[in-house]
Design a protein around this ligand. Structure first.
Ligand code: AHM
Ligand code: MG
Length: 281
């Protein structure tokens, strides 16, 4: 099945990506279409995944945070589109903090709503390399190594929220969002590491909320719908949690363009209900 083959590719590539990071910490002297300065590691991980997915039967389109346009890599009109953030949180490579790889499998050409996701998952390069895959109402965590993946069991968001982390500078937050955060910090513990995948995996492990809000200077926030927000929304919702762009599930967002950004929140339903109540409609 194509979805399993996609995550076999990701699991096979993960040890190679991890091993390749120490010698690719330099800046690549290029910017991606979102205006981020690329590391050699960003470009290299993207090329590596592109080559693998281009060869995979059933994958018709490859899209990446690091590429301007969608690449047609198959010959069928009804194949899957694979959307990748090859190295999420790559600014953490310099400071030797965690980063990840994010993958969404869509059953139609992009741009598309998150409702066309059939599977999504991520690799976390932390003290160990793990992969979380959500598909068919099942979310599973794997330990990933040179000799394949080991099933660590199902992932279920804990019922009670414990940790929170929000991106952006506080003076750039809106007053409504800042008011919501002041309430959150009465009860939850701050955990923000600057790599979405690492921060989301803490939420999946302990319960809580991760978000990158719309800012006064950038109402659309920072995270990209197809490559970051919708795939993690799919994972967290399948694991029993919720997602929001401030007023609706991230899976209901209808991006108009490939690299569109969207305010992004995932975590326990109770916290996201409070968020949506605090923000204007
Ligand atoms: P990237 O994919 O180019 O690394 O950018 C996305 C990252 C997310 O992983 C993280 O949540 C966010 O940017 C951190 O941004 P900031 O440095 O503004 O806190
Ligand atoms: Mg990213």
């Amino acid at each position: 099945m194509v979805v399993e083959a996609v995550f076999d590719v990701v699991a096979d590539a993960a040890p190679e990506i991890r091993d390749g990071l120490p010698k690719r910490r330099a800046k690549a002297a290029t910017e991606n279409v979102s205006g981020d300065v690329q590391l050699e590691a960003d470009v290299w991980a993207d090329d590596l995944l592109f080559e693998q997915f281009a060869d995979l039967d059933g994958v018709n389109w490859y899209a990446s945070e690091e590429r301007d346009d969608l690449d047609v890599v198959g010959d069928a009109d009804d194949g899957y589109a694979v959307a990748v953030d090859p190295l999420d949180g790559s600014s953490n490579v310099k400071s030797n903090n965690p980063c990840g790889t994010v993958v969404g499998v869509y059953d139609e050409q992009l741009p598309s709503s998150g409702r066309s996701l059939v599977a999504a998952g991520f690799v976390l390069y932390g003290p160990t390399t793990t992969m979380v895959v959500a598909r068919d109402d099942d979310v599973t965590e794997y330990l990933v190594g040179e000799d394949g993946r080991t099933n660590l069991g199902p992932v279920e968001l804990p019922a009670d929220p414990v940790v929170y982390g929000f991106g952006g500078r506080v003076p750039d937050w809106t007053a409504d969002f800042e008011g919501f955060v002041r309430d959150v910090e009465d009860d939850l513990k701050l955990r923000y590491g600057g790599a979405m995948i690492a921060d989301v995996n803490q939420v999946l492990t302990y319960g809580g909320v991760f978000g990158y809000p719309g800012l006064q200077s950038r109402p659309e926030g920072k995270l990209r719908a197809h490559f970051e927000s919708m795939p993690i929304a799919f994972v967290v919702e399948q694991a029993g949690g919720a997602s929001s762009d401030g007023s609706q599930s991230l899976l209901d967002v209808e991006p108009d363009s490939l690299h569109e950004r969207v305010p992004t929140f995932v975590g326990n339903q109770s916290v996201l209900d409070d968020l949506e109540a605090a923000l204007p409609d």
